[in-house]
Structures are given as structure tokens and as C-alpha cells.
Design a protein around this ligand. Structure first.
Ligand code: AHG
Ligand code: MN
Ligand code: MN
Length: 347
């Protein structure tokens, strides 16, 4: 479990805006400068702008490919580029960051010399689930905030390569049937739903806790032919009807897979269960990126009472060595992750 120096989650009434929620936390930190609050407000603004464009995507003629490819070698959808630019422009001038890094950019993003720099580092996946843009399935934005470790005016790659357990905060926005921003500073997980008429995020999911065990498993079974025998045995186990207690009705897990990490994780966080993007013969490190996909989701999941592993080790304990390094990811209900690790450990 992560502990955080900030006090217990305050009980705030519904109708609480994200801004007020963040300010309440700021008031509990002796000597808080308002830097974190300022950065978070800029991220929330970027989320509203991206949301607005996502909602128009089908109309704005921006669907389809730019023809460009990103550092991952994937076709960059126009919305990826747009979301990346919006995030960078929204936070670069605020003086809260010393450096940032994006899935869409090979190198860390330097704060322009004519702007002040600050003590935080922002890592992000501006648009997660890009392959779902054109088919109107939920997509999202994922972000991770660290404190800088180096001195000097500008942050460096070293400031970006920090283990997940040192995150100051992590969050994601899901552009789904509604637009929800979920974040944690380590002492609780809270969700805010955007009221487009007002343009504000309102507290809708206070102190989210993930069930100890769930009823759904989420994995791309199209890759079964690439899986290890241990992985296959785990999924076969999950599929077998099992009585929770003797004589009780046999329970089975439902298969749920959206293909957007943000959507698959959000469902798992709220309802329990397990999401996995494992290593396989084609992708020995899995597909998901550690710094701006697995680590922020792991931070949130553990803060909600869940677990996140690479199959044998806590995601939050992995020491990053490369900006875009990938990791296998098993994340969700604590008991479900323990079962997965038990099967994966077998010879
Ligand atoms: P991104 O769009 O940022 O590249 O992320 C896509 C990721 C993640 O959202 C999702 O869990 C995974 O790709 C789905 O991969 P498959 O299509 O291989 O199942
Ligand atoms: Mn992604
Ligand atoms: Mn992405």
C-alpha cells in the first residue's frame, strides 16, 4: 500500500468540483505552494479541450490517419497529435514543470526557455486506445506526476525515469458515455464527471475501492497462440465455473475486452476483476508502456486497494531504464492478481 503525507481524504459533498477537491488537499499540506494545484488545473483544462474535440471527431473531419508514425512505429491518428499538443501547450507555461514526456515524442519535452520551470515532472499518454477512435469506442488520457530529482533550471531524462512508487499523483480521463477524470495522490482515489453544460468536473465517485475479487477478466484472447503454458492455464482456470463456497451456485467470470486500457481499467477499478496485457512470444515485454500507462494505473489501483504486477513484481517497484519501455501488466482485484501470479510462477 502506498502511504502519503497528505491527511485523510476529506468527506466533501457532491457538487464538489475538481478544483475545490484539489484545493482542500492543498490546505492540508503544510507549506504547500499551490504548484500542484496549478498544474492539476492545467491538466483538467487540457482534458476539457481534448474532450470537446473527441466529441466532434466524427464531424470535424479529423478522423483517419495523418500518415505519420510515432516513436512506437504506430500510425498517428490526428486526435493523438491534437491531444498531445493540447496537453503540452496547457502545462508548459505554468512554471510548475521542469520537464515532461509523452508517448508521442521520442525524447523528453523541454520547457521553452522563455517560460519558468518548476519542481514537477509530467509523463503522459495523450490519447490511449487510438485504434478505437474511428469506431466510437471509449478512449482516454493517462498522466503521471513525479517530483524532480535533479538540480538546475531544466529537468532531464533522469527526472522522467523514476519508479512508480515515487509518483506524487496519477490520473486518467475516460472519454466514454460520459467524461470522467479519476485521480489519486496515494491516499484515496476519486472520480469526477464532466458536466459539459457547465464545463466543470464534479465529484461523482468519492474514495473508490476496488473489490477484493471480481467477476470479469480482460485480456486479448486473440493472442492465445502466443502465450506461455502458465498463462494459458491461468486463463483456463479463470474460465472454469467455481463455487465460491461449497454447495453455492458455481460462479464464472465474464470476458470483457475493449482494447482501450483506460476503458478496461476503469471498469476493473469500479467493478473488480483483472485486466492483463501479458508478455507473449511476439512481445516479450508486453505492449503497454511502463511510465505513462502501467505505472499511473498501478498507482491508482493500489490506492484503491487493488494490485498491479508484471506477473512477478509490483509495477511500482520496477526501475525504469528507458522512456518508452514496455512491461507486462496484470492489474485489478488483489485476490485475482494473486491467483494470476500463482499460476505464472508454476514451472
Ligand atoms: P495507445 O492507443 O495509447 O497506443 O494504447 C493502446 C493500448 C491500450 O490502450 C490497450 O489496452 C492496448 O493497446 C490494446 O492492444 P491490442 O489491440 O493489441 O489488444
Ligand atoms: Mn495507450
Ligand atoms: Mn496513446
Amino acid at each position: 500500500m502506498i502511504t502519503h503525507s497528505w491527511g485523510p481524504a476529506t468527506t466533501l459533498s457532491a457538487g464538489t468540483t475538481l478544483e475545490r477537491h484539489i484545493l482542500e488537499r492543498q490546505r492540508q499540506i503544510p507549506g504547500a505552494t499551490g504548484d500542484f494545484t496549478g498544474l492539476f488545473q492545467q491538466i483538467a483544462l487540457a482534458a476539457k479541450i481534448i474532450n470537446s474535440r473527441v466529441r466532434q471527431a466524427g464531424l470535424a473531419g479529423i478522423l483517419g490517419l495523418t500518415g505519420a508514425r510515432n516513436v512506437q512505429g504506430e500510425e498517428v491518428q490526428k486526435l493523438d497529435e491534437f491531444a498531445n499538443n493540447v496537453l503540452v501547450r496547457s502545462v508548459e507555461a505554468g512554471g510548475h514543470l521542469c520537464v515532461m514526456a509523452s508517448e508521442e515524442e521520442e525524447e523528453p519535452i523541454r520547457i521553452p526557455d522563455h517560460y519558468p520551470t518548476g519542481k514537477y515532472v509530467l509523463l503522459f499518454d495523450p490519447l490511449d486506445g487510438s485504434s478505437n477512435i474511428d469506431v466510437d469506442i471509449s478512449i482516454g488520457t493517462i498522466f503521471s506526476i513525479h517530483r524532480r530529482q535533479t538540480l538546475g533550471r531544466h529537468g532531464t531524462l533522469a527526472d522522467c525515469l523514476q519508479r512508480g512508487s515515487s509518483q506524487v499523483a496519477a490520473g486518467y480521463v475516460i472519454y466514454g458515455s460520459s467524461t470522467v477524470l479519476v485521480y489519486s495522490t496515494g491516499d484515496g482515489v476519486h472520480g469526477f464527471t464532466l458536466d459539459p453544460a457547465v464545463g466543470e468536473f464534479f465529484l461523482s465517485h468519492e474514495n473508490i475501492r476496488i473489490p477484493a475479487r471480481g467477476k470479469s477478466y480482460s485480456i486479448n484472447e486473440g493472442n492465445t497462440h502466443l502465450w506461455s503454458p502458465q498463462l494459458r492455464r491461468w486463463i483456463e482456470h479463470v474460465k472454469m465455473p467455481r463455487a465460491a463456497v461449497e454447495g453455492a451456485k458455481a460462479e464464472t467470470y465474464s470476458a470483457r475486452y475493449v482494447g482501450s486500457l483506460v476503458a478496461d481499467f476503469h471498469r476493473t477499478l469500479l467493478k473488480g476483476g483483472v485486466f492483463a496485457y501479458p508478455a507473449d512470444k511476439k512481445s516479450p515485454d508486453g505492449k503497454l508502456r511502463l511510465l505513462y500507462e502501467a505505472a499511473p494505473m498501478a498507482f491508482i489501483c493500489e490506492a484503491a486497494g487493488g494490485a498491479a504486477s508484471n506477473g512477478s513484481k509490483r509495477i511500482l517497484e520496477i526501475e525504469p531504464s528507458r522512456l518508452h519501455q514496455r512491461t507486462p501488466l496484470y492489474i485489478g482485484s488483489r485476490e485475482d492478481i494473486a491467483t494470476a501470479e500463482r499460476f505464472l510462477r508454476e514451472p
